[in-house]
Write a protein that binds this ligand. Structure first.
Ligand SMILES: Nc1ncnc2c1ncn2[C@@H]1O[C@H](COP(=O)(O)OP(=O)(O)OP(=O)(O)O)[C@@H](O)[C@H]1O
Length: 231
């Protein structure tokens, strides 16, 4: 479980995030919506420890862990808008590289299992990443998160630029991760996708979480209307 308690980030006099309270339990997908500059990436970067909070706490499974804590890093995986991989290596070689570099402990499974789970079994060994579509690269990002065995996955606009089929495939994988008990926090601009994949939806405005909703209790049309009224 991932929690932010009164989490704030100031840049000088400018408040990018103001007293955010947010909980993502195991099996939940929390989708963050908001205009450009609303504070979505700031939130994710704070959780990841890329930036230090000005105030507030970050808890994992109820325990306050700071950005330098090995345990916090171990529990988190990150899928950005563009997953950075080595184009001159195959998917399995990329996975092997990151796994060895970070010392992933994935138990009895093999790296091929993770790529297979992401539907990449055909191209895992034979094709260099430079020949992968963006959708395939994002799936490799999920395979890396699986190999890391992270219980919390932070995603920053992971389906941006994907075609509808690739988005649907990625979304299906996110649902599987949630069903396995991962806690997922995803920043997105895609309202339809947020309703489809999210268990919870948060609307941010000027560094504040204005609304938190259960996805099952709102349609995409109503969410769009609320979003447009809010921002
Ligand atoms: N290093 C920084 N110094 C000063 N201001 C910053 C810095 N990083 C972010 N900001 C500001 O903080 C605010 C929140 O930015 P953030 O990137 O979190 O927004 P976002 O909701 O992710 O937007 P987008 O949808 O464009 O990715 C913006 O006004 C941004 O300009």
């Amino acid at each position: 479980m991932l929690q932010a308690i009164s989490l704030s980030k100031n840049y000088g006099a400018y408040c990018a995030l103001n007293q955010l309270n947010l909980t993502v339990k195991a099996g939940e997908v929390f989708c963050l919506l908001g205009q450009n500059g609303a504070g979505k990436t700031t939130t994710i970067n704070l959780f990841l420890g890329f930036i230090e909070p000005s105030a507030g706490q970050i808890l994992i499974d109820g325990k306050e862990l700071d950005a330098h804590d090995h345990e916090r890093r171990k529990h988190l995986a990150y899928i950005p808008e563009v997953v950075m991989l080595y184009g001159n290596l195959s998917a399995i070689e990329n996975l092997d590289y990151f796994s060895k570099l970070a010392g992933f402990n994935y138990g009895t499974k093999s790296l091929t299992d993770f790529l297979t789970q992401c539907g990449l079994q055909e191209s895992a060994h034979h094709k260099h990443l430079s020949g992968f579509s963006k959708g395939m690269r994002q799936k490799v990002g999920i395979a890396i998160a699986l190999a890391k065995n992270a219980k919390i996955i932070l995603m920053d606009e992971p389906t941006s630029g994907l075609d509808p089929k690739a988005t649907a495939e990625f979304t299906q994988l996110v649902k599987q991760l949630a069903a396995e008990g991962k806690s997922i926090l995803m920043a997105t601009h895609d309202i339809f996708n947020a309703v489809n994949v999210g268990s919870h939806i948060g609307i941010m405005k000027q560094g504040e979480l204005i609304h938190t909703l259960k996805a099952s209790e709102i349609s995409a049309n109503d969410l769009q209307e609320l979003y447009l009224q809010t921002i």
